[in-house]
Design a protein. Structure first.
Length: 95
């Protein structure tokens, strides 16, 4: 099961996702404000809203779609961007 660790000031937030599920992460996540292409990719997928109460996090900051062996991540136009940190020997494909 994919596990995301969101590192922010204060305590980290962990988010577990089952394959075939998604998360919308932000200060005030709102699926109705997703770009059309991302909303289409997440259509019919169970969507978990993850609230991150931090000023440096955008309302809709990051969307994640968990696959069987991979995950798709979208930065949703946040002002601060999103960073990816990998454990040793992990693989990532960026496009």
């Amino acid at each position: 099961m994919p596990l995301l660790m969101l590192r922010l000031p204060g305590e980290p937030i962990s988010v577990e996702l089952s394959p075939g599920s998604a998360a919308l992460i932000g200060r005030a996540p709102n699926p109705r404000q997703l770009p059309a292409s991302i909303a289409a990719a997440l259509k019919g997928v169970p969507l978990r809203l993850v609230v991150v109460p931090a000023e440096q996090v955008s309302g809709n900051h990051l969307a994640v779609l968990a696959g069987q062996t991979d995950a798709l991540l979208w930065d949703l136009g946040s002002r601060n961007g999103s960073a990816l940190s990998l454990k040793a020997a992990q693989t990532v494909t960026l496009a």
